[in-house]
Structures are given as structure tokens and as C-alpha cells.
Design a protein around this ligand. Structure first.
Ligand SMILES: [Zn+2]
Length: 272
């Protein structure tokens, strides 16, 4: 990507992220990898809706600033993704409310509820909590980057990446839209998952169409583990569950009064 295009598109993507409330105040950051390896990134402490093309920061491949404007300290997350994924040239990090609600609830977006999401994005795993801008966060994200194009970060937000800025933004938007639909469907009685054979057909279609390659079969999401689709490299991680709220090794769960009453009623009626 050339620098002029990167600067123009970062400002446009930032404006869209701000208008759609994926970020507020100076939240979030966007970057692009230029031909030759330098990085153009959003400057620190700047609202994404009010950036100017000449106000962006440029760094070398290690994040060292080459301009007066300094990048966000969260650039480390972007550099990690560029290191792990040579095919990626753009990264968008934001705190979109519905996707971030999943991250705060310690849930991955990994239920097979929407055919087009299986076709184009795949599942979105949850990386455990790490302090922003530290190695802790990088360590939590690293194992998930290779086979996923978007991640949730516990108690923080979301990051999506792709071969250009629009693909990275589109993936972030799909993540947020899916999270919103998943939450709304709960109000209507709960989502219905696609059956296993339908998932297998969708995976065949996405590979034939070139939306996602065979590497996406190795995603760490629950529904792929239920199919007969094999991970070609054999390194599919186990489905991740993240539950830090434990006492003496026992997981704690919490229920609302309504959920508890419903559960007890079902038990009394022998429905569970
Ligand atoms: Zn953040």
C-alpha cells in the first residue's frame, strides 16, 4: 500500500468507526503496513472522527516513531499481528458496544447462527485479559492470530485485520453486527444454531469461492469441532473457555432471578 492511500483511508475508516460508535473519545487505533514495511498509524490521544491525513504517525517495523506525531501505545498489538500474519496489511482496533459486551461477559462470538458469517469471517475467539500495551496482552492474543481474522480481548474490545483497510474495517463491522444479532436473538427466545451438515456445506462454499482458505478450518471455535471438517495442519486449538471467576478451582456462575426460577421450574417439570 502506498503512503498517500494509507493516510486517506485511515482517516475515512476512523470517521466511520466514530460515526458508528465503535469508538468514543480517543479510543481505538488503526494502522496500515506500507510497501517496504513502515507503518502508518493513528496518533496517540486523538479522536478517530477528527483526524487529519498529515497528523498521522509513521513508525519503522519495530514501532519506533519516524515522525513528530507519536502512535498509540497500543501499536504493539498491531505489530504483533503484522509479525504473525505476513498477509495482513491493515489493523482496526475498537470498542464496539455489542462485540465488547461479549468480551466483558467473557464470551467468544462462536455460535453457528449466521450463514454469511461462517462464509466470510468465521468465528471470533476471546483472548484472555492482558493489560493494554503490555506483553501480557500480546501473549494472550498470539496463539489466536494465525487462524482468525478478528479477535475479542477480555474486558477490553475487539480487533480485526485484513489485506487492506476496507477488509479490516468490514471484518470489524461484521463482528459487531453478529454480536448485536446474537444479543437481540436472546430476547426473542434464544438463537437456533445451524446444523452440522449445513456448516460443512458453508465451509466448502467459502473455500471454493476463496472467502477463507483451509487455514480457517483450524479456528479455535466450538462449532468446527462438531463437524467432520479436518484442520489441514493438525494444530487446531481446543475450544477456549475463559472463566477467571473461580473459588478454590470451582467455576462460579451467576443467574438472574428470572433465570433461576426458569431453571428450577424446568427441573421440577423434568425438562432438564
Ligand atoms: Zn483499546
Amino acid at each position: 500500500m502506498d503512503e498517500q492511500t494509507a493516510r486517506r483511508e485511515i482517516c475515512r475508516v476512523g470517521q466511520l468507526m466514530y460515526e458508528r460508535s465503535y469508538v468514543v473519545s480517543p479510543d481505538g487505533n488503526i494502522s496500515a503496513r506500507l510497501d517496504g514495511g513502515r507503518i502508518v498509524a493513528t496518533p496517540t490521544m486523538t479522536c478517530k472522527g477528527r483526524m487529519t491525513e498529515d497528523g498521522l504517525a509513521v513508525t519503522d517495523t519495530t514501532g519506533k516513531p519516524l515522525t513528530e506525531a507519536r502512535p498509540s501505545s497500543e501499536l504493539a498489538m498491531h505489530l504483533l499481528i503484522y509479525n504473525e500474519r505476513p498477509d495482513v496489511t491493515a489493523v482496526c482496533h475498537a470498542h464496539p458496544p455489542h462485540g465488547t459486551a461479549f468480551a466483558v461477559a467473557h464470551l467468544a462470538i462462536d455460535q453457528p447462527i449466521l450463514s454469511e458469517v461462517i462464509l466470510t469471517l468465521g468465528c471470533v475467539p476471546l483472548a484472555g485479559y492482558g493489560t493494554p500495551s503490555t506483553e501480557e496482552l500480546s501473549d494472550a492474543m498470539r496463539p489466536l492470530i494465525k487462524h482468525h481474522n478478528a479477535l475479542l480481548m477480555a474486558n477490553h474490545g475487539a480487533v480485526a485485520y485484513g489485506s487492506d483497510l476496507w477488509q479490516a474495517f468490514d471484518r470489524l463491522e461484521t463482528l459487531e453486527h453478529t454480536a448485536r444479532i446474537a444479543i437481540l436473538s436472546r430476547i426473542l427466545g434464544g438463537p437456533n444454531n445451524l446444523p452440522t451438515d449445513a456448516i460443512e456445506k458453508l465451509i466448502n462454499v467459502r473455500e471454493a469461492a476463496g472467502y477463507l482458505d483451509e487455514g480457517a478450518r483450524c479456528q479455535a471455535c466450538g462449532y468446527l469441532h462438531e463437524t467432520r471438517i479436518a484442520c489441514p495442519t493438525g494444530d487446531r486449538p481446543a475450544p477456549r473457555s475463559y472463566s477467571p471467576a473461580t473459588t478454590n478451582g470451582a467455576s462460579k456462575i451467576s443467574l438472574t432471578r428470572e433465570e433461576l426460577v426458569d431453571l428450577l421450574s424446568q427441573a421440577v417439570n423434568n425438562r432438564i
